[in-house]
Design a protein around this ligand. Structure first.
Ligand SMILES: Cc1cc2nc3c(=O)[nH]c(=O)nc-3n(C[C@H](O)[C@H](O)[C@H](O)COP(=O)(O)OP(=O)(O)OC[C@H]3O[C@@H](n4cnc5c(N)ncnc54)[C@H](O)[C@@H]3O)c2cc1C
Length: 446
């Protein structure tokens, strides 16, 4: 190992998908020193199933992770071919209607978050240190010299660049925006200061997700040949929807049910944001839905309840030598299955600009500006598209009341709805991250 001084010392706060992907992507540049600080005492196997679309999947391929992941997940590598991703079904009625199948270019990779985290951890070089039980409280920014990190246990550390990959309730975002708002107040720019301060805390989307992993054997015993054993399916209806798909080589079914109260968006949520769900309560919401849904509900045990919160659109993901990535920067509703994918894109573009030969400790703000110009509009666009999908999946589109239609008229309305969903979502499988990488390199090299 070389003892030459490192070009950059990067501190990553948070060892979730965003933070670990960044560490793996940065480890391709041996002259960058990487230190990870994680609040949890161990990197426990938490989380549920997630889906990764072809766009971020390309990054997984570039980082050499795909073969390891393919060993743990249901979806086999399938380059750029049309693939059936989800069956769509209207289900808030006694007999459900399969009304279309979402076809994507390249397969949706469905996997357990913990499997993904393990694959990333195995890829980290020994030189990358992970410090657990290190909950960041805040940091001190200086005009020159290193940034000082201050942890809840009273210890401190230093870095050239701090990356806030610390999720929805990010301490880095809190410190970054508080400092920015205070500065604006000092300039007498009260409105801007208030707008910035309003982005510090996450806001409730008006939606509650109930998540569970169902053993496939249990579902098959209760409802032999149920379609979600082999086919990812979305069951749509008024005020909510259910999504279910196989993971872990088909041994488990990832189940998530959403109760959507769009009228409550941006109101405060009273109660714990994450905790045990009350099965009787949520089953009641879907009580009048079709038998396929009832079979799934029957097999759910101990659901986890999740009040879906988001981060309001930020004016910048960067301040000085601090940058936010993943949920810390742009936590979004999960209706495009893209929160983790966007964290992966952030990580990859950030590593690309930091790793570029022209980036040094002295000119790092230029690299961060390029990252922000590429990633912020893209991620905020996905967040808005995800919000819109939440409306479509709960049958909110163009003021149509689907209950008023039957037969061919209902079929036509459902096809229009399907068309709107595809138009809003096709960027995930029809665009490539290559364009963003080229644009970043062009900006760095001119
Ligand atoms: C119901 C639901 C379904 C979803 N489905 C999908 C899907 O299908 N596809 C998809 O792409 N995305 C999905 N997502 C979103 C996805 O899970 C997140 O966007 C993604 O995990 C964010 O990764 P992250 O690394 O930014 O944050 P996190 O995974 O939250 O990681 C943050 C890390 O920072 C640590 N941390 C927190 N505070 C501190 C601190 N002060 N100091 C040090 N460490 C700290 C935490 O312990 C954690 O390890 C879903 C989300 C939900 C709620």
């Amino acid at each position: 190992m070389s003892n030459a001084p490192k070009r950059l010392r990067v501190a990553i706060c948070g060892a979730g998908i965003g933070g670990l992907t960044l560490a793996v992507a940065l480890s391709r540049y041996p002259d960058i020193d990487i230190e990870i600080y994680e609040a949890a005492s161990t990197l426990a196997e938490v989380g549920a199933g997630i889906g990764i679309f072809p766009r971020p999947r390309k990054i997984i391929q570039i980082l050499g992770l795909e073969a390891d992941l393919a060993r743990t997940c249901e979806t086999k590598p399938q380059e750029g071919k049309p693939v059936s991703a989800f069956n769509y079904r209207k289900s808030d009625q006694p007999v459900g209607i399969n009304f279309n199948t979402l076809v994507t270019n390249g397969a949706l990779m469905t996997l357990h978050r913990a499997d993904f985290q393990n694959v990333l951890l195995r890829r980290l070089p020994e030189s990358c240190r992970i410090n657990c039980s290190k909950r960041l409280r805040t940091y001190t920014r200086r005009e020159t010299g290193p940034t000082e990190l201050i942890f809840e246990d009273g210890t401190r550390a230093f870095c050239d660049l701090l990356v806030g990959a610390d999720g929805l309730k990010s301490a880095v975002r809190q410190a970054l925006l508080s400092e920015r708002a205070t500065w604006m107040q000092g300039q007498g720019r009260w409105k801007e200061a208030a707008d910035i301060a309003a982005c510090i805390d996450p806001v409730w989307s008006g939606q509650i997700a109930y998540r569970a992993l169902i053993p496939a054997e249990r579902l098959n015993a209760f409802a032999p040949g149920h379609q979600v054993l082999t086919t990812p399916t979305q069951y749509l209806g008024k005020h909510g929807y259910i999504m279910a798909y196989p993971i872990s080589h088909g041994k488990l079914i990832n189940f998530v049910a959403f109760n959507c109260r769009h009228d409550l968006e941006n109101t405060p949520f009273n109660g714990p944001w994450v905790g045990p769900g009350d099965k009787a309560h949520f089953a009641q919401i879907f009580a009048h839905w079709e038998p396929e849904v009832q079979a799934l509900l029957h097999c759910v045990e101990k659901p986890l309840q999740w009040a879906v919160h988001t981060v309001k659109p930020l004016r910048s993901f960067v301040s000085g030598r601090t940058v936010l990535i993943g949920d810390a920067a742009h936590a979004m509703t999960p209706h495009q299955g893209s929160g983790a994918g966007q964290a992966i894109e952030d990580a990859y573009i950030l590593a690309t600009v930091l790793g570029h030969r022209s980036t040094t400790r002295e000119n790092i703000s230029r690299a961060l500006r390029v990252h922000d110009e590429i990633r912020r509009p893209a991620a905020l666009g996905v967040a808005e598209a995800s919000r819109l999908n939440g409306h479509y999946f709960s049958l909110v589109v163009d003021g149509i009341d689907f209950d008023h239609y039957t037969g061919p008229q209902l079929w036509d309305k459902l096809q229009n709805l399907y068309g709107a969903i595809v138009k809003n979502w096709e960027w995930s499988w029809s665009t490539s991250v290559d364009g963003s990488v080229q644009e970043a390199l062009r900006m760095l090299e001119t």
